[in-house]
Design a binder for this molecule. Sequence first.
Ligand SMILES: [Zn+2]
Length: 374
Amino acid sequence: MIDLSDLSVVDGHCHPLLPDPWNVSADDFVDLFTEARPRSMAAHVSSTGYFRRALRALARRLDTEATIEAVLERRRQDGGEAARRVFAEGRIDALLTDTGYPPHAMSLDAMRGILPCAIHEIFRIETCAERLLGRGLAYEAFADAFEDELRAAARRVVGFKSIIAYRSGLAIRPWPPAEAAAAYRNALGRLQAGGSARLIDKPLLDTLVEIALHVCRDTGRPLQLHSGFGDPDIDLPHANPALLRPVLEDPRWASVRLVILHMSYPYFRDAAFMASVWPQIFVDLSLAPVFLGPGVVGPLVEMLSLAPSSKLLYGSDVSAVPELFGLCAEWTRASLGEALEFLSARDGCTSAEAREIGRQILSRNAIELYSLPA
Ligand SMILES: [Zn+2]
């Protein structure tokens, strides 16, 4: 076996903890194991591999019965001290945290106070734009303020993130300023008529990503892009990373490193291909390892077979409670070890190379890509 269990991880894509991660209701706990709308899959979540595997693991760790009630009661008694232990045992060196979700979360400073690892910020661009919309500025002033916020953020954050795949899709293209301005006025009009600040207008969203690409090019910060599966807000065909080709072929953005998130599952073959031909594409492996469980080994074998291992990065995409960060690290090390074992048994790599590839994916690539302190 290729054993990676001693290697530490840099979690390249995750979200903050809940404000009080030790007091979780049974309903909220069940919702942690599904991307479905809250409560909508309550009858089925306990029939998923992710839930069963996690509940068993938590019960083992807490030395209690594998029932929701027993696990929640025991972890309530355990409280804050357990967070340090979970992160230390999980060998988690650093988190790159997208603060755009969950809506009510622990601050990064509070997380720094309780977790024994580095906490870095990833800045979600649409959240910033939706906040600025409330100022009711003219379009030009809005676009300038947005760019200023991104440039200011670039001094403290290690990367940016866009969720445009959830809104108007990844087929991002340039728009005449008049069309972006008209789209902005539509969005502002909806807000001022009492509607939501949620941006859905393609000419505007594409233009915001272009501004972000500009800032990323000037500051050397990578841009993370949601791709592939997620919650039911996603219109999956529009989240295929292959749609990014016009951005990748645009010489203005050739030097901007793009990290496509979640293995782009189910488009992991597209993602592997893209990483193999466009130097600026990197692939984050989050989300699929927890939801697919041991079934992620097959996709990992394919990814590792085509994509350069220097472009694959560990991530969890978990949030809310510390234990999920630990479980994801443990499970991904095991699945990655199995995938590398498959390859080394067939002369795809030597076992020494397999360890080295594991080290690259679990931490080293992220340290280099995001210029983290080693
Ligand atoms: Zn995420």
